[in-house]
Design a protein around this ligand. Sequence first.
Ligand SMILES: C[C@@H](O)[C@H](N)C(=O)O
Ligand SMILES: C[C@@H](O)[C@H](N)C(=O)O
Lengths: 165, 165
Amino acid sequence: EIVPVSGVALSRNDARVTITRVPDRPGVALHLFQPVADANIVVDMIIQNTSIDGHTDLTFTVPKGDLKKTLEIVKPVAADIGAERVLSEENIAKVSIVGVGMKNNAGVAARMFEAMAAENINILMISTSEIKISCVIEDRHGELAVRVLHDAFGLDIPPPKKRGT
Amino acid sequence: EIVPVSGVALSRNDARVTITRVPDRPGVALHLFQPVADANIVVDMIIQNTSIDGHTDLTFTVPKGDLKKTLEIVKPVAADIGAERVLSEENIAKVSIVGVGMKNNAGVAARMFEAMAAENINILMISTSEIKISCVIEDRHGELAVRVLHDAFGLDIPPPKKRGT
Ligand SMILES: C[C@@H](O)[C@H](N)C(=O)O
Ligand SMILES: C[C@@H](O)[C@H](N)C(=O)O
């Protein structure tokens, strides 16, 4: 059996910003992101789901150290475009499974979700690409999530780093 | 200047399924995806944004030919977990910009959103990875989106395929 997943990645450096109920019309995404880009803020994830009733939420993640500045930039723009609120959360981690062989394999996603569910880890956001499935979870579940995903996909846990090396 | 974007990809084979207002508690994602996986249905994108008031929407895409079967599988599960509705849409296309050099570059995302906005193309969903920014748009805008993204990022449009080759 080809092992579809070759590794697990954990990222804890980012905070999430969500602009709720943005009007779903052309130009809105541009309006929100241009000022963030102009401020040279590094954006990792951008997630927007399908709108319902003409509005949707737009979430993106930035380094925790840039959160304050990002909120200062985004809040006036959000008001401009008639969005409802700007929310943020710092205590998140992004855990991802990575694999060349897992392209479009719903079974792989299901197994990841099963590993989370078995430990009662709530999945806050999901985003995928052909080689990666990422789940955002609460930061406090980070190491546990990495361990259970290694188990779920038969991967060896890397040995702990020695101090001083 | 390093060109951050090396290519544009268009995918028109998929339909989207959205389960609205799923309860945001552990096990829900598993519950929805396991039966889809068991039916060997190929899933491309999975998108879940942060929940508001304990509920969120879960969207995923499947080949258009599998939409009917997917809905038959998902509807009873959605009812089971107390979700609100199951919606679907076939007339979508996924246009992506791909590039090794664009990691976390908010300016690249902004430029993509600007290209869409300039043509009045509404961005229905957004999903990102380190090497790819994908926007789901209406299917009818597919070729236009590819053209304007090539222009926006200074890429040559590949020559049209000759008939008979
Ligand atoms: C919500 C936002 O993505 C909007 N649909 C746009 O095209 O900019
Ligand atoms: C909504 C869904 O992702 C849920 N939070 C879960 O963990 O399964």
